[in-house]
Design a protein around this ligand. Structure first.
Ligand code: SAM
Length: 241
C-alpha cells in the first residue's frame, strides 16, 4: 500500500472512531496486494484502484462496526461475501469474532480461504453454499449470534435469507446504501414473518467519499417458522413483501 493509501485508510477508520494497530495496517496492505493479484486471475471485484479498494471495500466494510453490534466473542455468518467483504476487514479489526464468509460461488470462496490463510486469520472459516440451504440445515439453522451482509439483496429478501440462521436474541446487521421508506416497510413486514423485529435503520455517510449508507439492525425475537427459508432462489424470485 502506498503512503497515500495508508493515510486514506487511517483517515477513514478514524472517522468511524476505529483505531488500527501497525499490525492491522500491515494486514490491510497485504489484503490489498492479494486482492489486486487475485483480480488479475479471476474476476473478484469491479473495484481495482487502491483508493477504491481502501474506501469502498475496507472502510465501507469497517462501517458495519458502527453502533457496537459486532463487539465480543460472536459466531458471525457473512451471507454473499464475494471476495470477502465485510468478513476480511472485520476479522482484521475484531480478531475475537468467529466468522463464516458464505458465498454460492466457489472461486470466490476459494480466494477468501486462501487469503485468510495467507493473512493468518484463523478465526475465518469460509463456506461454499447458499443461505437458503444453510438455513434449513440443522448444523447451521438458528446457530449464529450475528448475520452480516453487504450489497446482496433488498431487505425483504435478506430477512428470509438471514433470520433462519440466527439464534433467538441474535442480530442481523445489514449494511445498505440509501434505502426508501417502501423498502424499509417491506423489510419490517418480512422480518415479522420470519421471527425478526427491525431495531434500527441508521443513515450515515461513508467517510471521505460522503456516499449515503444505512445500517439496518434486526433482532431475532422468536423462532423462524419451519417453512422458511423457502427453496433456493425463491426468496429472490418471490420476495415475502
Ligand atoms: N458482500 C460482498 C461485497 O460487499 O463486496 C459481495 C457482494 S456481491 C454483489 C453479492 C454476492 O452474494 C455474490 O458473490 C453472490 O454469489 C452472493 N449471493 C447472492 N445470493 C446468495 C445466497 N442466497 N447465498 C449465498 N450467496 C449469495
Amino acid at each position: 500500500m502506498t503512503p497515500e493509501g495508508s493515510a486514506l485508510l487511517r483517515r477513514g477508520l478514524n472517522a468511524l472512531r476505529l483505531g488500527a494497530t501497525d499490525d492491522q495496517m500491515a494486514l490491510f496492505a497485504r489484503l490489498l496486494d492479494l486482492l489486486q493479484e487475485g483480480n488479475e486471475r479471476v474476476n473478484l471485484t469491479a473495484l481495482k484502484t487502491e483508493e477504491d479498494i481502501v474506501l469502498k471495500h475496507f472502510v465501507d466494510s469497517a462501517s458495519c462496526l458502527n453502533g457496537g453490534h459486532l463487539d465480543g466473542d460472536l459466531r458471525v455468518v457473512d451471507i454473499g461475501t464475494g471476495a470477502g467483504f465485510p468478513s476480511l476487514p472485520l476479522a482484521i479489526l475484531r480478531p475475537e469474532l468467529r466468522i463464516t464468509p458464505l458465498d454460492s460461488i466457489r472461486k470466490k470462496v476459494d480466494f477468501v480461504r486462501a487469503t485468510a490463510q495467507a493473512l493468518g486469520l484463523d478465526t475465518v472459516h469460509p463456506m461454499v453454499g447458499r443461505a437458503e440451504t444453510l438455513g434449513r440445515s440443522p448444523e447451521h439453522r438458528q446457530r449464529y449470534d450475528r448475520v452480516v451482509v453487504r450489497a446482496v439483496a433488498a431487505l425483504p429478501i435478506l430477512m428470509e435469507l438471514a433470520l433462519p440462521l440466527l439464534a433467538e436474541g441474535g442480530l442481523l446487521v445489514a449494511q445498505k446504501g440509501a434505502i426508501t421508506e417502501e423498502e424499509l416497510d417491506a423489510g419490517a413486514n418480512a422480518a415479522a414473518e420470519v421471527g425478526g423485529e427491525v431495531e434500527e435503520a441508521t443513515p450515515f455517510l461513508l467517510p471521505v467519499l460522503g456516499d449515503a449508507r444505512t445500517l439496518v439492525v434486526v433482532r431475532k425475537v422468536r423462532a423462524t417458522p419451519a417453512r422458511y427459508p423457502r427453496r433456493e432462489g425463491v426468496p429472490t424470485q418471490q420476495p415475502l413483501f
